[in-house]
Design a protein around this ligand. Sequence first.
Ligand SMILES: C[S@@+](CC[C@H](N)C(=O)[O-])C[C@H]1O[C@@H](n2cnc3c(N)ncnc32)[C@H](O)[C@@H]1O
Length: 308
Amino acid sequence: MLLKEIKNIFHKELGKTYPKEEIDSFFYRCIEHYLKLERFVLAIQPELTLTKEEEQPLFEALSQLKQERPLQYILGTAHFMDLELHVNEGVLIPRPETEELVQWILEDVRSQKSEVGSRKAEAGNMDFYPSPLTILDIGTGSGCIAIALAKHLPKAKVCALDVSEKALEVARENAKLNQVDVTFLKNDILVPEFELAYLPMRQELKLDFDIIVSNPPYVRELEKEEMKNNVKDHEPSLALFVTDGDPLVFYRAIAQFCGSHLKEKGSLYLEINQYLGEETKALLKAHNFSEIEPRKDIFGNDRMLKAQ
Ligand SMILES: C[S@@+](CC[C@H](N)C(=O)[O-])C[C@H]1O[C@@H](n2cnc3c(N)ncnc32)[C@H](O)[C@@H]1O
């Protein structure tokens, strides 16, 4: 069959569920992934014909897209900043907003705005520190935040934790794939015994953290209605949802944890629920954080907070 005919079939079959641009993007990502064809191939070879064997994975992907399975799970990969990561239904698909959170940390380290920077790192050389920068990512999922930070700050000691063994498996695989060294811990940030489970590690690595970062679950049940089926039916509930009664449960646990594990002049970076910005700020203030700085994401939503 002609490749352009297959593209038309994608539009016909998916047109009721997805906008045109998104279907184009699905189609091009599929031909890139399965056939190693560039997206401009149709412009230069409009009559390109595929064999039955070549067509097959495209039609299989199409049938899963029709069931609203996210493309990243179908292909098994997602992009995050300059990284390629494995993903499956055990982990959240990394989002562009989270890339912005990582960029914020990198900007601060580079411009020496954080306490880390004020340790007189050589201008422009973020690899130079009197002692290695220590970073913890809470609720690491695919490992995207921890791995991107480890990649861009190769001298830093990066740890990451998650309560989900399935997520940790994927994160460990992604660290290997991207050739970075991250210490992964299975732990539940909501359970007070966390300290006990964590202490041996802390003694061994002598770790208190310069930077703690988290994109914890923050979507309220009442916000489920606004979500697309491909997110709420396929991505892990454990990674997304909190109860309507206590939507800041993770932020409270993280703020408490920071009391004993974030260095005095360390920084906390959080992705937040856009509807709960004021409440999250108030919670951090109540836990003695100062210099609480909000930031909007590219879509103009209140999406991130930094606190010291
Ligand atoms: C919103 S996802 C973020 C994943 C990843 N950091 C990202 O930005 O794509 C939240 C993560 O927190 C983890 N999580 C949920 N409850 C947790 C708990 N009690 N303790 C530790 N991690 C938890 C989930 O398994 C999930 O991987």
